[in-house]
Design a protein around this ligand. Structure first.
Ligand SMILES: Nc1ncnc2c1ncn2[C@@H]1O[C@H](COP(=O)(O)OP(=O)(O)OP(=O)(O)O)[C@@H](O)[C@H]1O
Length: 254
């Protein structure tokens, strides 16, 4: 899948290939402005990719965006009643689940005040409640740590574990400072690199055109055009062998 926001703009996502599994949490880690929200919006169906597509997306999707819409004049309960109707829940089911989740997340002062009058963190709790109102088969949470106090973060973690145990596919984004547990991928240069592949990225010029770095050494974790990723502890051995074979070093970044 690829995504850019204008015809001549940079690719924010440039060849992302990701499979989510039921009952498993997948975490995308990257710094600010790299494209985490872009990827999560596309997976949740809130935005279209420029190229490629999302296949077999489950029917019931819970999506918690990074910033909850704040300017809603309805009360949280009215808004959640509306979401419950759209998801095919009865008013009794919606009411019971609203009360349960509002209590667990400690929504203050409660679901009966206008969303616009809630604090930022409590507005975020309403965004979490709407995503979990009907048990999601796909749960997408953009930076679960943002804006919530410690007890609410812990409760959200518990709710996500419950969703995982119910067999949901879960996709989260995070910064390095607060990485939840799960299968980790780093988003870098528009691509996903499994976290187990973290190490030294080494750009090389081959000794002769057409040579592949993978033929040089067994230590390579990932080969991309013009560069490889090797474990940091293997970097010296790999580089010495490459230089001895006549390759040139262009750049090495850990
Ligand atoms: N609607 C949009 N129109 C144009 N550019 C956009 C739009 N949304 C995001 N971008 C750009 O795409 C890039 C990735 O943004 P995105 O919000 O996906 O990053 P992020 O990794 O979630 O960042 P953060 O951690 O700061 O939330 C940024 O350069 C951003 O400016």
């Amino acid at each position: 899948m690829r995504k850019r926001y204008s015809r001549s703009g940079q690719w924010v996502l440039d060849g992302v290939d990701l499979t989510l599994e039921p009952g498993m949490t997948t975490v995308i880690v990257a710094g600010n402005g790299i494209g985490k929200s872009t990827l999560l919006r596309i997976v949740a169906g809130a935005s279209m990719p420029t190229g490629g597509r999302v296949t077999d997306r489950p029917r019931t999707i819970g999506y918690v965006p990074e910033r909850a819409p704040a300017a809603i004049r309805m009360t949280a309960r009215q808004y959640l009643a509306h979401i419950g109707r759209m998801r095919g829940l009865s008013s009794a089911e919606t009411g019971a689940r609203t009360n349960e989740l509002a209590e667990r997340l400690r929504l203050v002062p409660g679901p009966d005040v206008p969303i616009a009058a809630l604090s930022k963190g409590n507005g975020q709790k309403v965004a979490v409640i709407q995503a979990l109102l009907k048990r999601p088969e796909l749960l997408v949470v953009d930076e679960p740590a943002t804006g919530l106090d410690a007890p609410a973060r812990a409760e959200l973690a518990a709710l996500m574990t419950e969703a995982e145990q119910d067999g949901a596919q879960i996709l989260l984004s995070a910064h390095e400072s607060a990485v939840p547990t799960g299968r980790l991928y780093r988003l870098t240069d528009g691509k996903l690199v499994p976290e187990s592949l973290r190490g030294m990225r080494i750009s090389l010029r081959p000794a002769r055109p057409g040579l592949r770095a993978a033929d040089l050494a067994a230590e390579i974790l990932l080969e991309e055009p013009g560069r490889v990723v090797v474990r940091t502890e293997d970097a010296d051995t790999f580089l010495l062998r490459a230089l001895a074979d006549g390759w040139s070093l262009v750049e090495a970044v850990s």
